[in-house]
Ligand binder design. Structure first.
Ligand code: NDP
Length: 365
């Protein structure tokens, strides 16, 4: 009987170890990613980046389109066992090749697939915006915590060389005391049928998509948390693209130091710009947060000096992001852009919408 009990205990310990990616995440082994949603970002941008990674590899694909998934899997040397549909996604718990699930789905599906992934014993990298409400973000964090899994948000600019250099310069006092930030992001959304314009899938308009970059940049460039937000909206509701979601949002953040950030997001004009103004100069990025081709200037009152960041350890911001998540899992560390970071943004997003609705400044806790 003792022997049987000991077997049982050892058996449970082995099962725990087998189910724990952290236990299998040995230095030198590349962690396996399952990409959920083979769209323009998951398939077009992320999957091609695994060749630039040191600690990460593609291990599975999850898609509603079996033919596409089969083609993508074959192109990357993956067998039929590495293909999942949304319906049978939970089977991924039995795939020891998958350590991390990367959710690249429409915004309103982020919470469901993050929670299902955590329950399947997988760590999660989830695209921005983290979800479509504070309540969803809290449920995602709770699910990952309960399963003892890491949760990271796809805030790639934290791994982008120009943004990193701008933050370093700002903290080193290159512009003096930061007093004012402008942060504007947008593109022209031509397609009225796009899921980004359907509230049930997007959770909102330009703020949920491009506004996240404006908000994030205002926070990481100042290194401060806003204490108040005042917002207004401009949307032509006769335009068939904007029946359900907003076009232009314009909001001001007040920071504890007295600095203010003037932020915009829009679906009717192309804009990608971040400007930090301090009492001793300015740091300007335009474009600021693109995949490639960003530019930066430092000057006293204009674009006097173009700055090229020193080469970093990562090949690209995407590889940097993927490998950071893998390294965090191996080391048992919180990623630098954890679920808490996505939750902070979503609290501000909800306050921005509330400020528009109520026509007043909203104080942030
Ligand atoms: P796409 O529309 O190009 O792709 C989304 C994919 O999700 C589809 O191809 C489809 O994949 C799957 N999907 C499942 N259900 C639906 C549905 N009901 N409607 C539409 N698609 C569905 O979107 P993106 O790839 O541009 O965006 C995906 C996520 O990535 C968003 O949250 C977005 O904010 C984020 N993103 C982040 C970027 C960044 O720089 N960090 C840049 C671009 C996007 P399948 O056919 O395989 O089922």
């Amino acid at each position: 009987m003792d022997f049987g009990r000991r077997d049982l205990l050892l058996g449970s310990a082995a099962l725990l170890l087998a189910n724990s990616s952290a236990a299998r995440a040995v230095p030198g082994r590349k962690l396996g990613y399952a990409i959920v949603g083979l769209g323009s970002y998951g398939l077009g941008v992320i999957i091609p980046q695994f060749v630039n990674c040191t600690h990460s590899r593609l291990a599975a694909v999850v898609s509603g389109d079996r033919a596409k998934a089969t083609r993508v899997a074959a192109e990357h040397g993956l067998g039929a066992g590495a293909i999942y549909s949304y319906a049978d996604f939970d089977r991924i718990r039995d795939n020891p090749d998958v350590d991390i699930v990367y959710v690249c789905l429409p915004n309103a599906m982020h919470a469901e697939f993050t929670i299902r992934a955590a329950r399947a014993g997988k760590h999660v990298l989830c695209e921005k915006p983290m979800a479509v409400s504070v309540a969803e973000c809290e449920a995602m964090i709770a699910a990952c915590r309960a399963a003892d899994r890491k949760l990271m948000i796809g805030y790639r600019c934290h791994f982008e060389a120009y943004n990193l250099e701008a933050v370093r310069l700002a903290r080193s006092g290159a512009a003096g005391k930061i007093r004012y930030v402008r942060s504007e992001h947008g593109f022209v959304q031509h397609n009225p049928a796009a899921w980004r314009l359907k509230r049930a899938l997007s959770g909102g308009g330009s703020l949920m998509d491009m506004g996240i970059y404006s908000l994030q940049a205002a926070r990481y460039m100042t290194g401060e948390e806003p204490v108040a937000v005042t917002a207004r909206e401009s949307t032509d509701r006769r335009d068939p693209r904007f029946r359900e979601v907003e076009d232009i949002l314009d909001w001001t953040l007040e920071f504890p130091s007295g600095a203010i950030a003037s932020c915009q997001s829009m679906y009717s004009a192309a804009q990608n710009h971040v400007l930090l103004m301090g009492d001793a100069g300015r740091i300007e990025l335009e474009p600021a947060t693109r995949y490639t081709g960003n530019h930066m200037w430092v000057g006293e009152d204009g674009r006097e000096k173009a700055v090229t960041p020193p080469p970093g350890p990562r090949v690209t911001q995407f590889a940097g992001q993927l490998d950071h998540m893998s390294e965090s899992v191996v080391a048992g560390r919180e990623p630098i852009v954890s679920g808490e970071e996505g939750l902070r943004d979503m609290r501000i997003v909800e306050a921005i919408y509330r400020s528009v609705r109520e026509g007043r400044t909203i104080r942030l806790g």
